[in-house]
Design a protein around this ligand. Sequence first.
Ligand SMILES: Nc1ncnc2c1ncn2[C@@H]1O[C@H](COP(=O)(O)OP(=O)(O)O)[C@@H](O)[C@H]1O
Ligand SMILES: [Mg+2]
Length: 243
Amino acid sequence: MLRNIDTRKLNTLMEQNEDARQIINQLLENHQTLTSTISHEIRNPLTLISSSLQLIQAQHPEVKQFYGWEQAMEDVDFMRRLLDELSSFNNGNRLRLSVFSIEQLLKSIAVSFAISLNEQNSAIEFSSRIPSDLGDITGDRLKLEEVILNLLRNARDAINGQGTIQLFAKRCADTIHIRIKDTGCGIPAEHLESIFEPFQTYKPDGTGLGLALSRQIITAHKGNISVFSKEGEGSTFTVTIPA
Ligand SMILES: Nc1ncnc2c1ncn2[C@@H]1O[C@H](COP(=O)(O)OP(=O)(O)O)[C@@H](O)[C@H]1O
Ligand SMILES: [Mg+2]
């Protein structure tokens, strides 16, 4: 898997040399195809295993008491999530562009995120301020939704018990700014750059793909994603995209 620094080096090489550009593009395409094929091949039997385990559990609820059963179910779930995120990461820079209202997208994300917090009986206070002058943007609606949801989920994971999460948006000239602020555990200064690397996680059940994918999607939109954080106080992630 390419790290951010490798991607930047590759981009420089491709800008400097046309032959290198063609060969690297071909290699990247092969790499993407290979990753998709392997993910797909693993996902199919894994889905069958997951369905069988669920069926066994439905017919024999006593298996829940068996040593290792819950852990096996969690591990299968984790592998499915990992494959889903890997597949999103693999396709992160292939955008399906359309013109849509960023205000509507953010408002619908805010509603579904608030509902998910409610369902989890969370003590987290969530608020959003999304003005109505954001206008339309050209972008990949589903992928941008994935980015904002990733950032909101990370904010939720960072809060242990009580805290607040805020979602703000504003338009400055031709740029949309989206900000997600939490009062969670914060990020140690020495982790601030590495958290964007693929597979870099500090959570026991993390995949470490959320921020890598988010940065890839935002870069493909010619935007930027940055973080400001203080350990013990909270974090603010800011996404800017051209309108
Ligand atoms: N809002 C946040 N507050 C504190 N730490 C964060 C926040 N967002 C991300 N992180 C840190 O960045 C790491 C990488 O995040 P991510 O790429 O989404 O992977 P994952 O959530 O699977 O760990 C997390 O494990 C966490 O340590
Ligand atoms: Mg995450």
